[in-house]
Design a protein around this ligand. Structure first.
Ligand SMILES: [Zn+2]
Length: 241
C-alpha cells in the first residue's frame, strides 16, 4: 500500500456529488495549501446520461480545476451501495492510505438511497480505520473530524457552520460544468431538486442563500454531530444585527 497523506478527503457516492455539495470548500482548502482529495465510491454506471468512461474523464478534468492532490474511485455498485463488512474494509484501506485529518461525507438524509448509506458507511469506516486490530496488515489511522454536507437538503437541519466560498464559487461552477454528459441542459442533479431553472442557476441560488446566512455572497453549509468549541468569544464572526 502506497501511503499518500492528504489533509481533507471528500467521500461521495457518485462522481459530481462532491463538486455540487462541497466543491467550493475543497477549492478554498487547496488554495490555502492543504492537500485535498475526493474518493468517489461508484463509477456512476446507473446514471441515465453518459457512460462510466466519459464520466471518468469529466471527473479528472474537474479534479484539475479544483486543485485536488488525488481522486480515486472505489468501484462499488452504483444505486446499490451497501454498508456491509466488505465495503467497510475497502473504505478503511482507502482511509488508511490517504490518512485525512478531515473527512467530508454526504448528508445523513438523502433523496438518492446511496447518499445516506454512504454517510453512515463513511462514519463506520473512519472509526474502524482507527482500530489497530482491524485488518492489521495496514497501519491504523482515524480522521479527526467528519463534516456532513447539507447543501440542497430540505430537512431543515440547522448547519453547524457555513464556509465562505465567495471567492471560489465561479471555480466551483467551472468544475460542475466539466460534467457535460450529466448537466448540459439539466435542471436537476443528485440532491438538487428541479425548479425549472437551468441547474447552474439552482446551484447559484443555494450557494447565495447559505452565503447570506454568514453575510457573504456564497457559502456551503456543513453539519457535525459534535459541538464546536469557542476559545475567545470576542473573535466570533457574523454580527447579530
Ligand atoms: Zn450522488
Amino acid at each position: 500500500m502506497t501511503i499518500t497523506p492528504v489533509d481533507v478527503l471528500a467521500i461521495a457516492a457518485h462522481r459530481d456529488d462532491a463538486e455540487l455539495t462541497c466543491g467550493g470548500t475543497l477549492i478554498k482548502a487547496a488554495k490555502r495549501g492543504h492537500r485535498t482529495a475526493i474518493l468517489d465510491l461508484s463509477q456512476g454506471e446507473m446514471g441515465t446520461r453518459g457512460s462510466p468512461e466519459g464520466r471518468a474523464a469529466e471527473a479528472s478534468r474537474a479534479a484539475e480545476i479544483m486543485g485536488l492532490a488525488a481522486r480515486e474511485n472505489l468501484d462499488l455498485p452504483d444505486a446499490a451501495i451497501v454498508n456491509d463488512p466488505p465495503a467497510r474494509e475497502l473504505l478503511v484501506r482507502a482511509i488508511r492510505r490517504l490518512r485525512p485529518t478531515v473527512v467530508i461525507a454526504p448528508a445523513r438524509e438523502g433523496r438518492h438511497p446511496d447518499h445516506p448509506v454512504t454517510a453512515q458507511l463513511v462514519r463506520d469506516a473512519c472509526f474502524l480505520a482507527g482500530l489497530a486490530k482491524y485488518d492489521p496488515e495496514f497501519p491504523k489511522h482515524r480522521p479527526t473530524k467528519i463534516l456532513h454536507c447539507l447543501t440542497y437538503r430540505q430537512d431543515f437541519i440547522r448547519p453547524t457552520f457555513v464556509v465562505d466560498i465567495s471567492e471560489d464559487f465561479e471555480r466551483k461552477l467551472e468544475a460542475i460544468r466539466c460534467y457535460h454528459s450529466q448537466f448540459d441542459g439539466a435542471t436537476q442533479a443528485g440532491e438538487v431538486y428541479p425548479t425549472g431553472e437551468p441547474l447552474e442557476e439552482v446551484v447559484r441560488h443555494h450557494g447565495a442563500y447559505y452565503g447570506a446566512l454568514i453575510r457573504r455572497r456564497f457559502g456551503e453549509p456543513f453539519f457535525t454531530t459534535e459541538m464546536m468549541a469557542v476559545d475567545d468569544i470576542l473573535t466570533l464572526e457574523v454580527s447579530t444585527f
